[in-house]
Design a protein around this ligand. Structure first.
Ligand code: PEP
Ligand code: MG
Length: 326
């Protein structure tokens, strides 16, 4: 089966009825394999910077980060690389940065830590901006945004980083990358009318969004069966995001595991998602599947799925659709 998927890895990522869907890579975990696959994706939709920080014994310096980011940006150039600022806390811990909490997923995580430690955040932003000089394929994404203050403070710190770098290197042209946010905290979904005026793009983190919508710890095996992004409540939220992003003209994508499941990918494409970011192992499979389907059929399936009341019913419909259209 894998050979069948591989045979089409260089083919265009396009549905039977001609809709192009950008397939992007979630990267940062197995860097060497991922970089050597740069030619089969349309860029990186989520670069998890914390994965590299986790391998270090201490916070890497600004110039160490700059070298690293430049290597990553170069590997995928001229395709875009969405670099996410440090997303530690929750299940992702650094040996050299102690966080002990009773409810880590509801605690000090992602952007909250960056805003409490602006020196770390500024270092990271400056390293990204410097690494992008002469390349221009960087986009920056902010994790775990839950309120407008966080958007505003992050953008103000970005301006500070940009200003300080421009002062320091007056002879260099420092580009302004697009800045986006992750939609992974339920409140963020309801803020699109305002936030679409402030940021350049958004990307749904369906792993955390599912966890927080269903109140199910994504890492707890005991409740793993309840962690289900095919829950109609979750699907309806993902659909609402697509409708509102279109309404407010905010470019949107999705970078959680759901987009790498063929069943999830086709429902998302039906909702209007045209940029899906996924692990390397899913890319060829999703491409193979979407090349054999019409968006109009997927839309028909979606409208039936959105009317179901359980994840089980959604999955039954989606799987039989896939078998019918094989
Ligand atoms: C997500 O939450 O869906 C996501 C893509 O980010 P991470 O899995 O790194 O938390
Ligand atoms: Mg997340």
């Amino acid at each position: 089966l894998n050979n069948r998927f591989l045979a089409e890895q260089d083919s265009e990522s396009i549905t039977l009825d001609g809709e192009h869907v950008s397939l992007l890579l979630n990267a940062g975990l197995e860097l060497n394999t991922e970089q050597s696959s740069a030619h089969i994706c349309d860029g990186v939709g989520l670069y998890r910077t914390e994965a590299w920080f986790m391998q270090k014994g201490q916070f890497p310096s600004q110039s160490e980060q700059e070298n690293w980011y430049r290597e990553v940006l170069t590997s995928y150039h001229p395709n875009p690389v969405v670099m996410r600022t440090l997303d530690i806390g929750g299940d992702k811990v650094l040996d050299y940065f102690n966080i002990t909490e009773e409810n880590p997923f509801l605690g000090w995580r992602g952007i909250r830590i960056s805003l409490d430690h602006p020196e770390l955040f500024l270092d990271q932003l400056k390293a990204m901006l410097k690494a992008n000089i002469g390349l221009g394929n960087l986009k920056i994404m902010l994790p775990m945004i839950s309120g407008t203050e966080e958007v505003d403070e992050s953008l103000a710190l970005f301006e500070q980083a940009y200003f300080e770098l421009s002062e320091k290197y007056p002879e260099q042209t420092i580009e302004r990358p697009d800045i986006g946010i992750m939609l992974e905290v339920p409140s963020s979904v309801f803020m699109l009318p305002e936030w679409s005026k402030k940021v350049d793009f958004c990307s749904v983190g369906s792993n955390d969004l599912t966890q927080y919508l269903l109140a199910v710890d994504r890492a707890n095996a005991r409740v793993a069966e309840l962690f289900n992004p095919y829950h109609p409540g979750v699907l309806r939220v993902l659909n609402k995001v697509a409708r509102e992003c279109e309404q407010y003209e905010l470019p949107f994508s999705l970078c959680g595991e759901l987009g790498g499941d063929p069943e999830g990918a086709i429902l998302l494409i039906a909702m209007g998602y045209r940029r899906l970011s996924m692990n390397l192992s899913s890319l060829n499979k999703v491409k193979w599947v979407l090349r054999r389907l019409n968006v109009s059929d997927m839309e028909q399936l979606l409208s039936e799925c959105l009317a179901q009341s359980t994840a089980k019913q959604v999955l039954r419909l989606t799987r039989s659709f896939m078998l019918e259209h094989k």
